[in-house]
Design a protein around this ligand. Structure first.
Ligand code: NAD
Length: 259
């Protein structure tokens, strides 16, 4: 009998959301998960992304690709229906998405609109709860739910604005979800990467300055890659991560320890 390496994901099945293009953190995760042996359904949030995502299929091991706008209940339902049909169970889910409209993101938090705040919370935070609710009955042998956060959840980061309180709510949700789902062996985690040049990041004003500052001040004096995030996701999902839940794992070259 061969024993499986504790970092192997052979035989594990899951869903990776939030693909936009080759720069996406979701792509870094899907590629690393595939390399570790996992099988998955990969989803993109907007129809326009399909042409950017299709060329990436090979690197992700040809996952089934589905459109899934989290605000569209029918699309969300279809993804879990498909997982149920294909595998009858799930081992992991990665929630890698965020949205805030520019006016609200670029203004003061104090001034953000009621609608803009609600929309940012719905897409970037409450959607994780909705996906978890659907994943739970399929995680019959336990599982791992991962979301993506950022340091702006706990400290004021210039220009992160509205997303700061939204990510704070997301990290608090992770703690409550971990406690609620833990008895079923379902672990819940946030990964908090340092700045990475992605499409979402390009919506943050002066993102280049933020990235340069992180590079200079992080203990490792470098930025991180989507591959770094993906490998951390592999670890958290794998047997090796089986005693971790409820926390935020920083993949930021140590930046969060620096004042
Ligand atoms: P990205 O633009 O590649 O991914 C963002 C994704 O959110 C896109 O695929 C987009 O389609 C999706 N999305 C937006 N609205 C959606 C909706 N209604 N339904 C479904 N999907 C929707 O950028 P990214 O940087 O890879 O972002 C992924 C996650 O990582 C986000 O939660 C982001 O806040 C987080 N994050 C990013 C950084 C960074 O510096 N890039 C740092 C820390 C955390």
């Amino acid at each position: 009998m061969t024993t499986q390496h504790p970092f192997s994901l052979a035989g594990k099945t899951g869903i990776v959301t939030g693909l936009a293009n080759a720069d996406s953190i979701a792509f870094g995760c899907a590629r690393a998960l595939h390399e570790a042996g996992a099988e998955m359904i990969a989803t993109y949030g907007h129809a326009k992304a399909e042409r950017h995502v299709t060329p990436l299929l090979e690197a992700m091991g040809h996952p089934e690709l589905m459109l899934c706008d989290v605000q569209d209940e029918a699309q969300v339902e279809a993804v879990f229906q498909r997982a149920q049909e294909r595998w009858g169970r799930l081992d992991f889910l990665i929630h890698s998405m965020a949205f805030a409209n520019r006016d609200d993101l670029h203004g003061r938090v104090v001034d953000c609109s009621r609608e803009g705040f609600a929309q940012a919370m719905d897409i970037s935070c409450h959607s994780f709860l909705r996906l978890a609710q659907r994943a739970e009955p399929l995680m019959t042998a336990g599982g791992c739910l991962i979301t993506l956060s950022y340091y702006g959840a706990e400290k004021v980061v210039p220009n992160y604005g509205l997303m700061g309180p939204v990510k704070a709510a997301l990290e608090a949700s992770v703690r409550y979800m971990a406690d609620e789902l833990g008895p079923a062996g379902i672990r819940v985690q946030a990964i908090s990467p340092g700045p990475i040049r992605t499409r979402a990041a390009s919506g943050i004003r002066d993102f280049e300055a933020l990235a340069e500052d992180a590079e200079q001040r992080a203990p490792l004096r470098r930025l991180v890659s989507t591959e770094d995030v993906g490998r951390t996701a592999v670890f958290l999902i794998s047997e090796a991560g089986q005693s971790l839940t409820g926390g935020t794992t920083y993949v930021d070259a140590g930046h969060h320890v620096k004042a």
